[in-house]
Design a protein around this ligand. Structure first.
Ligand SMILES: Cc1ncc(C[n+]2csc(CCO)c2C)c(N)n1
Length: 221
């Protein structure tokens, strides 16, 4: 059992509630309403920007060149690949770059991203990578589960295939192996409980992020 397996097992319903969230299930069966997906996409753009900062923090928190390179690669992938892919996906759903630039962070976006950054600022590289794991590895797990039921005209095919594809699956596998190497160097019995708590909290915040997409926006009428 690697550290990721251990963390998902101890997170229990926080983990399963995240990967099996109603938003995920309805994306899988295609019944997710388009406005919910658009709300998610808009906030995910803002999420990715903060996620890039979290990887920059991981570069800073690294004590070996290997760790530094891993974080630097992830940072570059977000800035040079992920964000432009995301902007293109958004355009296909009627969200312009101008709309993305004008968007404000929802409390769920703020809570999740700043929690991850706080884990990294207050803790060490292992704390930070454990806080990032539900995001980086969780999306690969979710997309792999949805892919078999994703036909050619599935409305969420682009999203599912992006994360279920070989390229992203191997990114996630490398992240998982890196997390395990970090654990071998830094994990002690005394730290296990705190790391389990960080992982479970990040899963809860991922669930809140899905839920934000499902919830109707507050009416200001
Ligand atoms: C709320 C939310 N959680 C996770 C991801 C997934 N994700 C974010 S950055 C990245 C690439 C890592 O190199 C991946 C897979 C997301 N997009 N939005």
């Amino acid at each position: 059992m690697d550290l990721f397996d251990h963390l998902t097992a101890t997170a229990g319903s926080h983990w399963t509630g995240y990967i099996d969230h109603e938003f995920v299930r309805r994306m899988g069966d295609g019944s997710l309403p388009a406005p919910a997906f658009r709300r998610y996409l808009e906030q995910d753009y803002l999420f990715l920007i903060q996620f890039a900062r979290a990887n920059a923090l991981a570069v800073y928190k690294s004590r070996t060149l290997d760790d530094m390179r891993a974080a630097h690669t992830a940072l570059g992938a977000i800035l040079d690949v992920e964000l432009s892919l995301h902007v293109r996906l958004c355009a296909g759903w009627g969200l312009s770059s101008a709309a993305l630039e004008a968007a404000e962070e929802h409390p769920a976006t703020l809570a999740y991203t700043r929690y991850v950054l706080d884990c990294g600022q207050g803790g060490d590289l292992l704390d930070l990578h454990v806080a990032l794991a539900p995001c980086v590895i969780g999306y690969a797990v979710i997309a792999r589960r949805l892919a078999p039921s994703c036909g050619a005209s599935h409305p969420y095919r682009d999203w599912i295939m992006e994360y279920a594809g070989d390229a992203y699956q191997s990114v996630a596998m490398r992240a998982r192996a890196h997390l395990d190497r970090l654990a071998q160097r830094h994990l002690t019995q005394e730290r296990a409980g705190e790391l389990e708590k960080i992982f479970a909290t990040a899963c809860r915040l991922e669930s809140d992020f899905w839920q934000m997409g499902l919830d109707e926006p507050a009416s200001h009428a």
